[in-house]
Write a protein that binds this ligand. Structure first.
Ligand code: UDP
Ligand code: MG
Length: 320
C-alpha cells in the first residue's frame, strides 16, 4: 500500500446497483474539493443484484476505490465494521450508498474535525421520502435507547458520521459480535459534536432495513448497553411479592370472617396466567442475553471476506 490517504469513505452496500455509479460520482466530486488524498472502501455485503460486479468495476476504473467483498450478507453494522478495519485514513467517514446522506455534508463534518472534534455525527433534521411509520418508529427507538442505556447516544443520528483515526482504532479493538456502532462511538468518548442535515430520499431502490432488521438493531442496542431488561424481572418480582404479602393476611382474615369474596376459578386462572406470562417474558429476556453471550463465546469471525485489498495492519483477513 502506498501513502496513507487523509480521508477514508466507508460505504456499506447491499443490493444497491442503481445507486453505485451516482454515489461514486457525487462523493468523488465532493472529496476532490478537499484537495487531499482520499480512498473509498466499498463493502459488498453479499449483494445478489449485480452490485458486486459494479463495485469491482469501480475499483478497476478508480484506484482510490477499494472493494471489500463479503462471502455472504452479514448486515449493515458488520459491513461498516469491515470498512473501518480496512480504512487507513486519518479521518473516516461512514456514509450510506443510497445517497440519503448527502455527500456535500461531508465537507461540514470535515470542517468540525479540523476544529478539533474527533467524532462528528450528522443529525437528521428533516427526512424526505420516508413513511411516517419509519420516522415515528425511528424517533421512538432513539428516545427509548436514550432513556434506558448507560451511554449518551445523540438523538436522531444514524451511522453517517466522521470518526477520527484515534476513535476508529479503539472501536476496531472492540470485537463484540452484536454491534451497535452509534452506541460504541458514544461509549468510547472523545470530543464530539453534531452537524444538522436534511436526510434526502433514496436515489434508487428500496430500504434494506425492513422492520425485522430494525427491531434486531434495537435489541442489539439495548442489550449491548443496558441491563435494564434483566432488572425488570426483579422489579416485577418485588411488586408481585409485595402485593401478595399484603393480600395473604387480608384474604385469610376475610375467609375466617366468613366472606365469600375471592372464590372462583377465574381469579385463580387470571393470576396464574399473568404470572406465567411475566415469567415467560423474563425467561425470553434472559435468553436474549444468554444467546449473545453464546455468540461471543463461540468466537467466530465477525465477517468472512471473499475478496479484499491488503489490510492497513497485518491482522488476519477474517475480521476475527
Ligand atoms: N446495508 C448493508 N447490509 C444490509 C442492509 C443494508 O450493507 O444488510 C447498507 C445499504 O446498502 C445502505 C445502508 O446499509 O447503503 C443503509 O441501508 P438502507 O438505506 O436500506 O437503510 P435506511 O436508510 O432505509 O434506514
Ligand atoms: Mg437509506
Amino acid at each position: 500500500m502506498g501513502e496513507k490517504p487523509e480521508f477514508s469513505i466507508v460505504v456499506p452496500v447491499f443490493n444497491e446497483k442503481d445507486c453505485l455509479q451516482e454515489m461514486h460520482r457525487r462523493v468523488s466530486e465532493v472529496m476532490d474539493t478537499t484537495g487531499k488524498d482520499w480512498e473509498m472502501i466499498i463493502i459488498d455485503d453479499g449483494s445478489r443484484d449485480g452490485s458486486t460486479d459494479q463495485i469491482r468495476e469501480l475499483g478497476k476504473k478508480d484506484s482510490r476505490v477499494k472493494p471489500v467483498i463479503f462471502a455472504r450478507n452479514f448486515g449493515h453494522q458488520i459491513a461498516v465494521t469491515a470498512g473501518m478495519d480496512y480504512a487507513s485514513g486519518n479521518a473516516i467517514v461512514i456514509i450510506d450508498a443510497d445517497l440519503q446522506d448527502p455527500p456535500e455534508v461531508i465537507l461540514q463534518l470535515i470542517d468540525k474535525w479540523r476544529e478539533g472534534y474527533q467524532v462528528v455525527y450528522a443529525v437528521r433534521g428533516e427526512r424526505e421520502g420516508e413513511s411516517w411509520f419509519k420516522t415515528f418508529t425511528a424517533s421512538f427507538f432513539y428516545r427509548l435507547i436514550q432513556r434506558i442505556t448507560d451511554v449518551n447516544i445523540p438523538l436522531d443520528t444514524g451511522d453517517f458520521r466522521l470518526l477520527d483515526r484515534k476513535v476508529v482504532n479503539v472501536m476496531n479493538s472492540m470485537r463484540e459480535k452484536h454491534r451497535f456502532l452509534r452506541g460504541m462511538s458514544a461509549w468510547v468518548g472523545f470530543k464530539s459534536t453534531g452537524v444538522t442535515y436534511k436526510r434526502a430520499a433514496r436515489f434508487a431502490g428500496t430500504t434494506k432495513y425492513p422492520l425485522k432488521k430494525m427491531l434486531l438493531l434495537a435489541l442489539n442496542a439495548i442489550t449491548s448497553f443496558s441491563y435494564f431488561p434483566l432488572q425488570m424481572a426483579t422489579y416485577v418480582g418485588f411488586i408481585a411479592a409485595g402485593l401478595s404479602t399484603v393480600a395473604i393476611p387480608i384474604v385469610i382474615i376475610m375467609r375466617l370472617a366468613g366472606s365469600q369474596a375471592f372464590f372462583g376459578q377465574a381469579t385463580t386462572l387470571l393470576a396464574v396466567l399473568f404470572l406465567g406470562g411475566v415469567q415467560l417474558i423474563s425467561l425470553g429476556i434472559l435468553g436474549e442475553y444468554i444467546g449473545r453471550i453464546y455468540d461471543e463465546v463461540k468466537g467466530r469471525p465477525l465477517y468472512i471476506i471473499s475478496e479484499a485489498p491488503e489490510r492497513p495492519s497485518d491482522k488476519p483477513l477474517t475480521g476475527e
